[in-house]
Design a protein around this ligand. Sequence first.
Ligand code: GLN
Length: 463
Amino acid sequence: MNLQQTIEQLYTALSKNKFSKEELLETALDVINKKDSDINAFVEVYKDIETNSTKDTLLSGIPMGIKDNILYKGRGASAASKILENYTASYDSHVVSELKKHGATIVGRLNMDDSAMGTSTESSYYGPTKNPIDLTRVPGGSSGGPAAAVAAGMVNYSLGSDTGGSIRQPAAMCGVVGLKPSYGSVSRNGLIAMASSLDVIGPITNNVRDAEIVFNAINTYDPLDSTCIPEEKRAPFKVKNVNNKVIGVPRSFVNGEGVSDEVKANFQTSLDALRDAGYTMVDIELPHIQYALAVYYILQPAEASSNLARYDGVRFGLHKDGATLEEMYKNTKGEGFGKEVQRRIMLGTYVLSSGYHDEYYYKAQKLRKKITDEIKKAFEKVDIIATPTAPSLPFKFGEKKDPITLYLEDIFTVPYNLSGNPAISIPSGFNDNGLPFAMHFTAPMFCEEKLFEVGKDFERAIL
Ligand code: GLN
């Protein structure tokens, strides 16, 4: 038995009593014990793991982990930030309560960039997570822990969060599958908020079918998230199906500056494999998509600076004394937030400040609408949009120090957080040094089933 078998294989084996849920958990804990001192995927492995569900569902008894920004009642949740180091969740997030209903075995909480801002998991208060494929390289971020834990076989699947690429990019870098569901499908209730109009929770798994199973379990309506849309009201958002396996390729975007040659070559090989599997490719133009990253880096800091204002040293988390109120804030936030988080708070406060609001925030909102409309329009002619997931392969620790270079990692993932479309990252082979490539597919709003369909075809095609 191993944790990298498919969920259905594990389920069948459990049903036939080939092994018990307890034995499966023991295996997970053994792998964690052996590997995690090197990898550092876990912030915490729970001492008293709940395995009491007898319910017969596909996920029952399957060991999994949650990103450290997802609340699980009575357990720590810190978003890998010093400011929340001693915070304990007072309620279950919607996704955790759904997983509990399915009898999932939640093994622990997983490492991430401080407050979910980053692309390499180097900024975690608990130290970086290493990439299981090559320990000298980053696992991507911000869900580096969730991706590494699955890739190393420590858990079968995990939940991450994706605001600009944080599920898909680390999944790509660790050679596993990562799904960002449509904005408005999976409830954000109980996710430590980063940029609320962009944040989405989704699964990281070993294969596409497993992502589908986990997504189906957590994709339930929740009135406690006001942006969560009930299933019966989703139909009007869906663009009509083109229905004949047409893939749109934003060619000039993919061929843009900063995309590595081997990534471009692998992308073409992947498209060829899809063509052989019966798909048709057409080039599409998304004229404003090149501004997506710039738009994101105005809206994300604006929303994050507003959300993070709650960590004032009084109500939540770390408190540091000061002679005056201002000094108390300075001491608390200065010590509690990492450097990158401080940078975003300052950026966000600036773009929202009077006089600059119109020039930056309002302009960015207009462009967000334009980008969203262009993507929606593209889906009148194609079923799926394909790009690489990331412009480069997993890099070495410390190799990318300049924040802008790190921001560029999200060039292909960010557009669909702005537009809300569902998107999936799927492994597409390795380079000569054994580093993984990945393909990125996007579907119309609330059409995750299309991603699963093309994703499964792609997995077969690329074998
Ligand atoms: N890398 C992006 C950022 O740093 C996205 C992070 C995320 O999706 N949580 O903001």
